[in-house]
Design a protein around this ligand. Structure first.
Ligand code: AG3
Length: 276
């Protein structure tokens, strides 16, 4: 049988090829092109609109970092909202926190959830946890209309193309601010500072205009473009870089620890300059 390679086109001058062992599933949902493959080296993989979202090999890095940094720095992260994250990786990490009492997860594309449960068995369990409430809706509408007040909001979105575009807009961040408790904290995945520098700077700039505290942190996620990947934490009172005093480290994590939490906020010079 001929070799098959999947090619992710990142910029006009840069693409990455992955050797495919087996295609598991492909469909066009009302929102996007959805595909699961088994990759050599990287394992089970979710691809949305041609961009790799999840690989079995390194998904723990991204999911631990989007979840545990805010949940360890907020002293009482009881009520959590996840926007996006339909594959369930962020949900799995959030549910590891004993202080978390409820997780509302708002995913626009029901098919991502349904198929991830089948093809990504490592994350399916979170959907059955009694603390989880899955809401199939556009995150934009949901935060605009909700009367809930959350302690922590996580935006685990795809790139700003297709269904995710509005999740990068200032009105959305304003609505999130309103949906947060008085000491609430937001974390968004804020893309590659090297490859999508302008986009990265505009996300951080928008959040800085709305929240009193905005802090960028990094993790190396080999699956995503070029390695260093950014997250931006925007907070009303608590410093996201400071681990809350009575917070015990969760056992069994593969990337996150206290030293990583602190070190992740150290930023290279080109990023500091980009942020002004
Ligand atoms: N969300 C961020 C993925 C960004 C991927 N970009 C790309 N490959 N160009 C990941 C969702 C995982 N729960």
């Amino acid at each position: 049988m001929a070799e098959h390679w999947f090619c992710e086109q990142n910029t006009p001058g840069y693409s990455v090829q992955w050797k495919v062992v087996q295609k598991l599933h492909q469909e066009t949902t009302p929102f996007q092109e959805l595909m699961f493959v088994e990759l050599e080296e990287w394992g089970r993989t979710l691809i949305l609109d041609g961009a790799v979202q999840y690989t079995e090999k390194d998904e723990f890095i991204y999911h631990e970092m989007i979840a545990h940094v805010p949940l360890m720095s907020h002293p009482r992260p009881e009520k959590v909202l996840i926007i996006g994250g339909g594959d369930g990786g962020t949900l799995r990490e959030v549910l590891k926190h004993p202080k978390v009492a409820s997780v509302d997860m708002v995913e626009i594309d029901q098919r991502v959830v349904e198929t991830s449960k089948v093809f990504l068995p490592g994350v399916a369990s979170g959907f059955d946890d009694p603390r989880t409430r899955l809401i199939i809706d556009d995150g934009i509408n949901y935060v605009h209309e909700t009367k809930q007040k959350y302690d922590v909001v996580l935006v685990d979105s795809s790139d700003p193309v297709g269904p995710a575009v509005q999740l990068y807009s200032r009105p959305f961040y304003q609505d999130v601010y309103r949906a947060l408790a008085d000491d609430g904290m937001l974390v968004v995945q804020s893309e590659s500072p090297l490859f999508y520098g302008q986009l990265f700077a505009s996300i951080v700039g928008n959040l800085k205009d709305i929240f009193p505290i905005t802090r960028v942190y990094l993790a190396t996620v080999p699956t995503y473009v070029s390695g260093p990947w950014s997250f931006t934490a925007a907070s009303k009172t608590h410093d996201p870089a400071h681990i809350a005093d009575d917070t015990a480290i969760i056992d069994g994590l593969k990337y996150y620890n206290k030293q990583i939490h602190q070190a992740a906020f150290a930023l290279p010079q080109f990023i500091l300059e980009r942020l002004g």
